[in-house]
Design a protein around this ligand. Structure first.
Ligand code: LLP
Length: 401
């Protein structure tokens, strides 16, 4: 069956908007990082159980941001020792789950140290350092530097270590994550920041994490050079063994790198219209199904199923929400940013590419729409991994109040 025929068949069965995720591709991309001792998948990118199960079965580890992500990872089969909670705020419910499940935490604020140590949680922790600089595809996802809430400011790090010691908490890991969509430039600066932290760190530190954020070429450009990235960290680790006498376990914590290109979303064209400046194509997916264009002005490649021979035209693609920002092709400042698409007609299927990361995981029920369904592909075989929300699901939380 051709890819177009598969998409049409899946849409006949499950409707639109419909997410698709290729599990084999996600696993293959995780395997590209096997020079690291641990690949810790950042499940915020896509927390689907089918994906988490596959990653757990392949022996990978997982990052959780909340108690609920810990429980999700446990439900998917990750043992507690392969889960790490990374947070700058330990809300009470999350702390309770971390304690109950025996999951170690990566603490990004020094004020969490005493509460964590006193809670009966895991006896070890990781400390996350804000190295004083950051990077990323948008300032909204830059997680280092003076304007970021994340991590322990590098100058405060020695004081945080003292607090941990006083609290009887063993610091066994150090972590840096400077942002999302990070390229190789700046890597040596990040490695230098880790080295600086290691020079202050007690002997109890046996693990370091390079963080995640590995960029994905949403414009179809060259892939992130994972070999060079891994080689730089491995070289530094070998040097620290000699110069600092430390044997360190090396982790990487990618989200989008594993899943962004493995996901697509299929929507249906429902209306086409013109304004003096733009040709609009209105589809049944919007920022309730894919928030990235609205939040960051992110670009996603798009294609129209079976329309390759039609003439191309600059097109602004928008969704059904009652909000003028509901445009799937927009610049970071919110201007419509047309893309070249074959002439569209109502009933056409529009595919939005590279939506595996922060697509369905950031979807909402705005304007009353249900969360979309998702099909996973494994060995080329499609399987419904998540059904579309029903009207009853939508009312369930408010019934009988
Ligand atoms: N580790 C930590 C501590 C993180 O905060 C994140 C992402 C990651 C790893 C994974 O980053 P990735 O490899 O996926 O870039 N919604 C935004 C991205 C937010 C990222 C939040 N933290 C987007 O759609 O681009």
């Amino acid at each position: 069956m051709s890819d177009d025929d598969l998409l049409r068949a899946l849409v006949r069965e499950h409707g639109t908007p419909l997410y698709l995720l290729d599990l084999d591709m996600a696993l293959e991309r995780a395997a590209r990082l096997d020079a690291f001792d641990t690949v810790r998948y950042a499940q915020k990118a896509h927390p689907g159980l089918a994906l988490l199960r596959a990653l757990a079965a392949a022996g990978h580890s997982v990052d959780a941001t909340s108690g609920f992500e810990i429980l999700r990872a446990r439900a998917a089969g990750f043992p507690a020792e392969r889960i790490e909670l990374a947070t700058d705020v330990l809300d009470r419910a999350t702390l309770e789950v971390a304690v109950r499940e025996g999951v170690r935490a990566n603490l990004g604020s020094a004020d969490l140290i005493e509460a964590y140590a006193a809670s009966g949680a895991h006896p070890e922790c990781t400390l996350r350092i804000n190295p004083g600089f950051g990077s990323g595809h948008s300032r909204r996802v830059t997680t280092g530097g003076p304007h970021s809430k994340h991590g322990i400011w590098h100058e405060e790090f020695p004081a945080a270590l003292e607090r941990a010691e006083r609290a009887g908490l063993r610091v066994s890991g150090l972590h840096v994550h400077i942002g999302s969509g990070v390229e190789l430039e700046g890597l040596s600066q990040t490695i230098a920041a880790m080295e600086q932290a290691l020079r202050h760190a007690p002997d109890s530190v046996v693990r370091i994490s390079a963080g995640g954020g590995l960029a994905v070429p949403y414009d179809g450009g060259p892939e992130f050079p994972v070999e060079r990235y891994a080689a730089a960290w491995l070289e530094a680790r070998a040097r620290w063994q000699v110069e600092l006498g430390r044997s360190l376990h090396l982790e990487v914590e990618p989200g989008r790198y594993l899943v962004a290109p493995a996901g697509r979303m299929v929507s249906e064209v429902r209306a086409c219209k013109e304004t003096p400046e733009w040709s609009w194509v209105l589809v049944d997916a919007g920022f309730h199904t894919l928030a990235r264009p609205l939040l960051y002005g992110s670009y996603h490649r798009m294609s129209l199923v079976g329309a390759e021979s039609r003439p191309l035209r600059p097109t602004v693609v928008a969704g059904p929400l009652c909000e003028s920002g509901d445009v799937l092709t927009q610049s970071p400042s919110g201007e419509p940013r047309p893309v070249e698409l074959p002439e569209a007609r109502p009933g056409d299927l529009l595919v939005i590419h590279d939506t595996g990361a922060y697509g369905i995981s950031m979807a909402s029920n705005y304007n009353g729409f249900p969360l979309p369904a998702e099909v996973v592909l494994e060995g080329g075989q499609p399987r419904l991994a998540r059904r579309r929300q029903s009207f009853d699901d939508l009312l369930a939380l408010e019934q009988d109040l």
